[in-house]
Design a protein around this ligand. Structure first.
Ligand code: GUN
Length: 294
């Protein structure tokens, strides 16, 4: 039987409906959550992501400001911009879209963001709180994946989860979250990376297999245990002269090949992506609540 499709859009909608109630509550106190997204340079995928984030804010009543800067922007100029945003009372969340141009050190910029406005959860202070089990903001994509697994009744508790990829945005924080003694976590986690001796052997043992390494269709059917849940975080642009855009989008999982083997699988697009945005909104509303001591 083919795997059940995990509908990220529908689960994200539920999250956003819950948030609308909190936004209405804040509105009564004269507070409108505000998110500033800073985009430096002209990475086409980043422009699409930021546009989607802006649209999502507007739809649920979160104030959104997108600040676009040219690729030549200096670290000093960006630092000044971040300092201004830190000082603004109408901005509760600040997002510096990654990647930044190579002449700017990303961590230097993350360190400038007020940790209480760090809705990406990238600041070392927030990473530390998360690791020690008392988070302020959880990073949006890992948070969205936990929420998604909960929504489909596939709790990682007691399960073997294999994460492919150890990046700072997804793989690493997700491993830390999944091993916590929290409701909806408490999993046994394996992280595979370029130094892993037998990725296929490891992946095959997963009850929940999470692909986040940014390699198109890397996960083949032989890597999947019968009945596993597959979460595909990859969004890869693959050149395709036949398509109008010149490329098509695909995940890190060979979706068609794995469909018969898995019990549930996320599509790309429409899986993890909408959840990342929903949790960004969640963190922004949370930041506004924290700042107004609700
Ligand atoms: N680039 C890719 N994913 C993300 C994300 O979640 N946040 C930011 N700021 N940049 C990204």
């Amino acid at each position: 039987m083919p795997a059940k499709l995990i509908d990220g859009k529908a689960i994200a909608k539920d999250v956003k409906n819950e948030l609308k109630k909190q936004i209405a509550e804040l509105d009564k106190k004269g507070i409108r959550p505000g998110l500033a997204a800073v985009l430096v340079g002209d990475d086409p995928a980043s422009h699409v992501y930021v546009r989607n984030k802006e649209r999502a804010c507007k739809k649920i009543g979160v104030y959104s400001e997108v600040i676009k800067k040219p690729a030549e922007t200096t670290a000093e100029e960006l630092s000044e911009l971040i300092a201004d945003l830190n000082n603004r009372s109408d901005i509760h969340g600040i997002l510096i879209q990654s990647p930044l141009p190579s002449h700017i050190n990303e961590m230097d910029m993350i360190l400038k963001v007020d940790p209480l406005k760090d809705v990406d959860g990238f600041h070392p202070l927030n990473a530390g709180h998360m690791m020690l089990g008392s988070p302020i903001f959880l990073p949006c994509t890992p948070f969205g994946i936990i929420r998604m697994l909960d929504a489909i009744g596939a709790s990682p508790r007691g399960k073997k989860v294999v994460i492919l990829g150890r990046g700072n945005i997804v793989g690493k924080p997700l491993a830390v979250i999944l091993m916590q003694k929290w409701e909806g976590c408490n999993a046994t986690v394996t992280v595979c990376h370029t130094g892993t001796a037998d990725i296929i052997g490891e992946a095959k043992q997963a009850d929940i297999l999470i692909a986040a390494m940014g390699r198109p269709k890397f996960v083949t059917a032989e890597m999947v245990k019968e009945g596993a849940t597959i979460i595909d975080v990859g969004v890869n642009r693959v050149e395709d002269p036949k398509s109008a855009k010149g490329y098509y989008l695909c995940g890190d999982v060979d979706f068609d090949a794995c469909l018969e083997k898995a019990s549930a699988i996320t599509p790309v697009p429409g899986g993890v992506g909408p959840m990342t945005i929903a949790m960004l909104l969640y963190n922004t509303v949370r930041a506004a609540r924290i700042s107004s001591s609700i």
